[in-house]
Design a protein around this ligand. Sequence first.
Ligand code: DX5
Ligand code: ZN
Length: 218
Amino acid sequence: MKTILSPSMLSADFAYLERDLKKVEDAGAEWLHVDVMDGNFVPNITIGPDQVADLRKVVNIPFDVHLMINHPLQYIERFAEAGSDIITVHYEVQDDTNACIQLIRQCGASPGLVLSPDTETCVLEPYMDSIDMVLLMSVYPGFGGQSYIERSTRRIREVRKMIGDRPVRLEIDGGINMETLPVVLEAGADTIVSGSCLFKGNMHENIRRFREIIAQFE
Ligand code: DX5
Ligand code: ZN
């Protein structure tokens, strides 16, 4: 599978969101990673479906919407209507995982399941045939700019093995920079989220350097 770059808008300057997100698109990123936080599942708050709908007007690449909210079932439909292409829900939330996955699919979006760093990868097993992507958190969800948790590398290997030849993507999110990118690619990640590293300095140049590293693994 071709490696996909999904820059996280969490690190954009929200006063200049259109300008910053256009940079992501112009630099050739495949997806935009949209972090949705409810101040409950995680100790931070970002945006809701109305803001996602607004962003849809100025960004054309697929939206990879990472729901860090305790009750996704209530909101999945609205996020899908707002133009989310991929919707990922955490295994750790209170709502039923199967119901979330099915609803995402019914709404015409692509479902993914997210694991926080302390959740065993084996919990994924029953869902592997009904999802399009696994998202492994390599930091504790809630904030950009944290350091990559080393044991995530072993977790990527475990999930890569579990995926086998299924058409399921393996996304990694948290602390990905020029040093950790080769590590996660080697372990088997094929979808890369990066916020603070890509938004620091020149987006074009940063993405070019990411691609150079990716090319060594393809
Ligand atoms: C954290 C978010 C991430 C975050 C990654 O809860 O899910 O998507 O933006 O940011 P960096 O790349 O700075 O770790
Ligand atoms: Zn995220």
